[in-house]
Write a protein that binds this ligand. Structure first.
Ligand code: SF4
Ligand code: F3S
Length: 88
């Protein structure tokens, strides 16, 4: 799957949400709405729903999204973090 790294923190642009064809990008796993968005430091991709279409990658203004095998070393914790949000 694709992964949102900590580069999303502080921006949360949400362009990625609009282009995802399978709606697998959310601020939190089981809650939604403005409260969840405000409380979430960044957005996360559900690794079991992502179909690796790649549409979200170019629309992110801070280049926060990577295919999991291409996540920069300093952002590797993001892989588990995205999964934990949906499948803790
Ligand atoms: Fe959604 Fe495609 Fe990005 Fe996966 S790669 S999160 S399916 S837009
Ligand atoms: Fe974050 Fe980029 Fe999406 S800043 S919310 S990953 S468009």
């Amino acid at each position: 799957p694709h992964v949102i790294t900590s580069r999303c923190v502080g921006t949360k642009d949400q362009s990625c949400v609009e282009v995802c064809p399978v709606d697998c990008i959310h601020p939190a796993s089981d809650i939604d709405g403005p409260e969840a968005f405000a409380a979430s430091p960044q957005l996360y991709i559900d690794p079991e729903v992502c179909i690796d279409c790649g549409a979200c990658v170019p629309v992110c203004p801070v280049e926060a999204i990577f295919y999991m095998d291409e996540v920069p070393p300093e952002e590797e914790a993001s892989i588990e973090e995205n999964r934990r949000f949906y499948h803790a």
